[in-house]
Design a protein around this ligand. Structure first.
Ligand SMILES: Nc1ncnc2c1ncn2[C@@H]1O[C@H](COP(=O)(O)OP(=O)(O)O)[C@@H](O)[C@H]1O
Ligand SMILES: [Mg+2]
Length: 246
């Protein structure tokens, strides 16, 4: 609104990157495979918890993951192994948002790649996160310092190419610009690739995945910053081309 260039996604892309329900709707509409899920509203949960838990048990089973739709950093995310844990998990998620998403829990490896650009984004090599906990929760991400990252991920080349292709497709489908980290699950046993989410403001310290992925792809930290600023200026210039009056 102030008509100044800025790094990163615009309003729509940023909002879609936050809302796991709408993000998955768009992924689905362009054929990007995600994990089966159910979304419920807080008022529905409060009105008929038994109906919702029955539906989850019939369609997703255990374990399942319960999350607030609009959040991040694994805040409010739980893994439920039975009905008792499920009820607690939904109550926790409902403290953070009025929409709650429940997903089939899959036994998976977690890989991520970095996307950079506006209309013609480029994609980094793929990295893997190995969590220090049963899943990559807040403690494993930020507190215990025991999670590990591997760049490049030790996965078959065909799978890495598929992940990179899907990352660019997701970036374009959500109208992202500048930068995003796109996260995937690779199911153990089947090697099925599932897109999990995009992060439009990924961790950006020198030890964070996003800059490390670019470093490993031949773009050092300082040059990455220059490129992001250039992209912001390019997008701003492109917007100036739009007529705003009749
Ligand atoms: N459906 C799932 N199956 C297996 N693990 C999951 C699933 N959903 C989430 N997780 C685990 O929970 C973590 C946080 O979930 P995520 O959807 O990435 O939320 P956030 O936006 O908070 O990062 C993931 O990194 C992964 O370890
Ligand atoms: Mg995540």
């Amino acid at each position: 609104m102030a008509n100044v260039p800025y790094v990163g996604c615009g309003v729509l892309g940023s909002a879609l990157g936050m809302d796991k329900e709408k993000m998955k709707m768009i992924f689905h509409s362009v054929g990007l495979p995600g994990v089966e899920h159910i979304v419920c509203r807080r008022h529905e949960w409060e009105r008929s918890p038994e109906v919702i838990m029955n539906a989850i048990e019939e369609t997703l089973g255990y374990p399942c993951f319960v999350k607030p739709v609009n959040l991040g950093s694994s805040v409010g995310v739980s893994k439920a192994h039975d009905r008792h844990e499920l009820e607690h998990a939904i109550n926790v998620a409902a403290e953070y948002d009025h929409k709650i998403i429940i997903e089939r829990g899959i036994d998976c490896r977690e890989v991520e790649c970095a996307v950079l650009g506006n209309d013609e984004p480029i994609v980094s090599v793929v990295g893997e996160v190995v969590s220090s906990n049963e899943f990559y929760d807040y403690r494993a991400k930020y507190l215990d310092g025991k999670s590990q990252i591997f760049i490049p991920a030790d996965i078959a080349q065909g799978i890495a190419e598929e992940v990179r292709r899907q990352a660019v497709q997701a970036f374009l489908a959500l109208d992202l610009s500048g930068l995003a980290r796109v996260d995937f699950f690779i199911e153990k046993g089947t090697n099925q690739v599932y897109i999990n989410e995009v992060n439009t403001l990924p961790g950006f310290t020198e030890i964070s995945m996003y800059p490390k992925l670019w470093e490993a792809s031949g773009l050092p930290y300082a040059e990455l910053l220059d490129r992001l600023i250039e992209l912001a200026i390019e997008r701003h210039a492109d917007r100036q081309r739009n007529r705003t009056s009749l």
